[in-house]
Each structure stands twice: as structure tokens, then as C-alpha cells.
Write a protein that binds this ligand. Structure first.
Ligand SMILES: [Zn+2]
Length: 198
């Protein structure tokens, strides 16, 4: 069953020139779940470095480059990502902008929200084994042992991995498709920014 919802902003937060979280509005939970900090309250997040919550080096490097472009040039940018729950696939958009000098604001919104059959792998309450499964931070696809990346549902049926009582631990990374899209976007932004500064 598909439940198309109108575009809805669910989280706004901003970081300063040192990439420290300065302000959080609306539903901070999206920030926390997207950035591996769902046990933290807004008060615990303020003042912390954004990079404390993004463990994967490739994801961090792309985010950092985007933040720097926005902070230094004021060029806004957007990208798509997924913020799934065990029972919902959520297609999201992130907008990054510079509302004033020294502040980079992130605004995430839901573009589409689809119900799915419960997937225990995504349920953070589930017990975990010491086995790791790589998941793309951006599109939430799973790395297949043969090297390609597949949707969680396909991983459940093809690998039988997540039907176990104890789930493997997700370890975040970036799939080649998302990486090339984001790197192309960064290239275009840098060209745009250098054109504007000439
Ligand atoms: Zn991906």
C-alpha cells in the first residue's frame, strides 16, 4: 500500500562555521536517526560537532565538502536520501542553505512515504550479533556479498540474512551509485561557485 504524502518538512537544524550544531527545530528525530544518534535529545546535540554523528569517512567527506561550499559561497544545494523505519520507506530531500554568514542550515522533508512489511533489520530495538552488514547512508541499499547493492526487501529474500532472530549490525557507507551522483553534484556546485566569484 502506498501512502503519498504532500511534501512535509520534518527537521531543520543548523551548524556554524566550525560545523557545530547550533540550532534544531521541528522533529529532531529525523536528524538523529539519519545520523546514528537516535538516543540523544536536542539539548545533548547542541554544541556537538556534526561529524560526531557521521561515522563513515566517505559520507563525512561528501557532507563536509557540501557544508563548506554552502558556508563559503552561499550556494544552496539539495540532495535526495532515504530515512526508512521498519514499517515505512521514506523518500526524503535535504536542502542546505546559508541563511546568514557563518551558518549552514539543513532542512529535510518527506517527499513520499510508503508502507512496507515490517523489516526487523531496520528496527533499532532488535538485538544484534557481531556480524556486520554494510548499508548506504543515502539510499539505504544493502551491500550484497557479490559486490552489488540491493534494496532491504531483496536482501531479506535473497540472502535470508535478516530473518534471523538476532540481526547483524548495520555499518554505514555509500554505494557507488550515490557516490557518483553526489560527486557530480559537488563538481557542478564548485564550477558554479567559481563562476560566481569571478
Ligand atoms: Zn546509495
Amino acid at each position: 500500500m502506498e501512502n503519498e504524502s504532500p511534501t512535509r518538512t520534518i527537521c531543520v537544524y543548523s551548524v556554524d562555521a566550525e560545523h557545530r550544531i547550533r540550532w534544531i527545530a521541528n522533529d529532531w528525530h529525523d536528524f538523529a536517526s539519519h545520523n546514528q544518534g537516535s538516543h540523544l535529545t536536542p539539548a545533548q546535540l547542541i554544541g556537538r560537532s556534526l561529524w560526531d554523528f557521521i561515522s563513515d569517512p566517505s559520507t563525512r567527506s561528501i557532507y563536509r565538502t557540501l557544508v563548506d561550499i554552502v558556508l563559503l559561497r552561499g550556494t544552496p544545494t539539495t540532495f535526495g536520501f532515504r530515512c526508512d523505519s521498519p514499517t515505512h520507506r521514506r523518500h526524503m530531500r535535504m536542502e542546505m542553505s546559508r541563511p546568514r554568514q557563518g551558518i549552514c542550515q539543513f532542512r529535510s522533508m518527506i517527499l513520499a512515504d510508503e508502507e512496507r512489511r515490517y523489516v526487523s533489520f531496520i528496527d533499532t530495538e532488535q538485538p544484534r550479533s557481531d556480524e556486520f552488514v554494510r548499508i548506504c547512508s543515502w539510499c539505504k541499499r544493502i551491500a550484497h556479498p557479490l559486490g552489488h547493492w540491493i534494496e532491504v526487501e531483496q536482501a531479506v529474500s535473497d540472502l535470508g540474512l535478516f530473518t534471523r532472530r538476532v540481526q547483524p549490525l548495520p555499518t554505514h557507507g555509500i554505494c557507488p551509485g550515490c557516490e557518483s551522483t553526489l560527486l557530480r553534484q559537488i563538481d557542478a556546485l564548485q564550477q558554479l561557485s567559481s563562476g560566481e566569484s569571478n
